[in-house]
Design a protein around this ligand. Structure first.
Ligand SMILES: Cc1ncc(C[n+]2csc(CCOP(=O)(O)OP(=O)(O)O)c2C)c(N)n1
Ligand SMILES: [Mg+2]
Length: 546
């Protein structure tokens, strides 16, 4: 058989279901082999979107999502998605083509050193230089993409190698278990938690996996430990739990930061330094226990005293087996923080103004989404409102990017979520800026018949930067946009376009979109005029009163 057949068989052996991307002439042998395989090609309109879809597939399943591009311009279009997967800890394999490497008559036409270009963006990047290396290269690319901490890998398959004859077979994955934490570190952690007066759990990105979520739920139920989440830790434990104090969406000055200041011990589970720190350690300040797959990356604001290194779910399980609830634990101040924070979250949730108030938008979206429904956020100022105000009830139901924090991923990640969970409701929530960065994928949605709801929050501006500009005392300059008529734009793709006409119109409209099949694009005029006052001033003042 030809080497590209072996390549595709190796992908099948890894359990690959989808290949997202845009082939070029350098991928035609691979495409031919793919036509005889069980893998479904998801053809997109931009490689970046294919990469975001593959990364999100990986984030949701723990198995590497795979994307495909040609050499040169196709491959350079993948770089933002590579960074997205790599920083976000999402397993993804990128496959790119290349001109023949043994002999070529085309000079340097379209040739860029893609393997080198991918080096800072991946855990592993290689050119496949012979058919016989395919089984080991593919196994290695999957092993590294999926192993903690997950990330991006890249293989370049040149045209002439794809066409080589080979008689090898793919390699199987080994049976492997993650190492678990050593007993003494568990003892030390348990002892410290039992001695603390005001222990607090902080749940971050790496805890957003299936088993840690179950174990953390058990720990909280058994001990009543209060908890806060980071943006990428949302949903690990149901945020409607009475022990949930809030989300660290803002860097400081929010209600959750009062809880953090008050804690004498922070149990920091799954902290990932790519996220903005949910708290800052100071010399002589509170103690921190670091629980993660890896030891802590020490920096000026993070130098934990105790580390429990190993499989997170197992560590929490072991702690749970040993810990005894203490009458000396005092959570009374945490309760006050929770009450004050919850009261503040309700403010504006029924505001009737139009264009829509962000707090009202979040409350209305929450009320129409089922507990297991998935929202995928692009990047804009609304991300802060959703992280703070939208309570996640299940793991990975709020897909936001607090790592690369790129614009343009909201729609592609919703598309991937829809493919992975065809029975669940999925809603993309994008700004008018971020949506337009990958809006061409509406065609892909329509072609694939993906039932989706896409909200476009229209402030006719790059609002997030306007908010920062105002916060820094600069005058409003350089951030206002024009927009297409989003209803007509959606319709031109064969999608269904809607426009919200009043605050009270939002809930019935979203319910209608969810109950009818098709790609629903909803133009939501939004009022950001209070962002600066509330996010930069009011929250700080009000939280100081607790
Ligand atoms: C690819 C990319 N370019 C630029 C930025 C910087 N940036 C962050 S948010 C933002 C504005 C987002 O505008 P929009 O999508 O309209 O959302 P809004 O804040 O207006 O709701 C910009 C330019 C980014 N994060 N990613
Ligand atoms: Mg905007």
């Amino acid at each position: 058989m030809k080497a590209s057949d072996l390549f595709v068989q190796a992908l099948e052996k890894e359990g690959v279901e989808y290949l997202f991307g845009i082939p070029g002439e350098e991928n035609l042998d691979l495409l031919d082999s793919l036509s005889r395989s069980t893998i479904r090609l998801i053809l997109t309109r931009h490689e970046q979107a294919a990469g975001f879809m593959a990364a999100t597939y990986g984030r949701l399943t723990g198995k590497a999502g795979v994307c495909l591009a040609t050499l040169g311009p196709g491959a350079t279009n993948l770089v933002t998605a590579a960074a997205y997967a790599q920083l976000g800890g999402m397993p993804m394999l990128m496959i790119t083509g290349q001109k023949p490497i043994k002999t070529s008559k085309q000079g340097q036409f379209q040739i860029v050193d893609i393997v080198d270009m991918m080096r800072p963006l991946t855990k592993y990047t290689r050119q496949v230089v012979s058919g016989s290396s395919i089984p080991s290269r593919i196994r290695e690319a999957f092993r590294l993409a999926e192993e903690e901490r997950p990330g991006a890998t890249h293989l370049e398959l040149p045209e002439d190698i794809a066409r080589e004859e080979t008689s090898l077979a793919p390699l199987s994955a080994s049976l492997v278990r993650r190492p678990t934490a050593e007993e003494k570190s568990i003892h030390a952690a348990v002892e410290r938690i039992e001695q603390a007066r005001h222990p607090l759990l902080v749940i971050g990105a790496a805890a957003n996996r299936k088993l840690p979520s179950k174990m953390l739920r058990q720990l909280v139920h058994q001990t009543n430990l209060p908890f806060v989440t980071t943006q990428m830790g949302k949903g690990v434990i149901d945020e409607s739990d009475p022990r949930f104090l809030g989300n660290a969406a803002l860097s400081d000055g929010d209600f959750v930061h009062r809880a953090v200041e008050h804690a004498d011990l922070i149990i920091n589970v799954g902290h990932d330094v790519v996220e903005k720190p949910p708290f800052f350690m100071t010399a002589g300040g509170q103690q921190v226990i670091h629980i993660n797959f890896f030891s802590a990356e020490v920096d000026p604001v993070y130098f934990p005293q105790i580390e429990v290194v190993g499989d997170i779910a197992n560590s929490i399980w072991q702690i749970n087996q040993q810990i005894e609830n203490q009458s000396s634990w005092d959570f009374s101040y945490f309760d006050k923080v929770r009450t004050a924070c919850q009261a503040h979250l309700l403010e504006g949730a029924d505001d009737g103004r139009f264009p829509i108030y962000p707090q009202r938008l979040v409350a209305d979206v929450r009320s129409v989404m089922p507990d297991d429904g998935i929202i995928t956020l692009d990047n804009g100022v609304y991300k802060i409102w959703f992280a703070r105000n939208y309570l996640a009830h299940a793991p990975n139901t709020v897909l936001l990017d607090n790592a690369l924090a790129t614009m343009g991923a909201g729609l592609p990640s919703a598309m991937a979520a829809r493919l992975v969970f065809p029975e669940r409701k999925v809603m993309a929530i994008c700004g008018d800026g971020g949506f337009m960065m990958n809006s061409q994928e509406l065609e892909t949605c329509v072609r694939l018949k993906l039932d989706l709801v896409v909200l476009i929050l229209r402030d006719d501006a790059y609002g997030m930067i306007q908010w920062k500009q105002a916060g820094m005392g600069f005058k409003n300059f350089g951030l206002d946009l024009g927009n297409p008529d989003f209803v007509k734009y959606a319709e031109s793709y064969g999608a269904l376009g809607h426009r919200v006409e009043s605050a009270d119109h939002l809930i019935p409209l979203l319910q209608k979109c969810h109950s009818e099949p098709g790609v629903h694009v909803v133009d939501v005029p939004i009022d950001y005029s209070d962002n600066n006052r509330i996010l930069n001033e009011e929250i700080q003042k009000r939280s100081q009163l607790v």
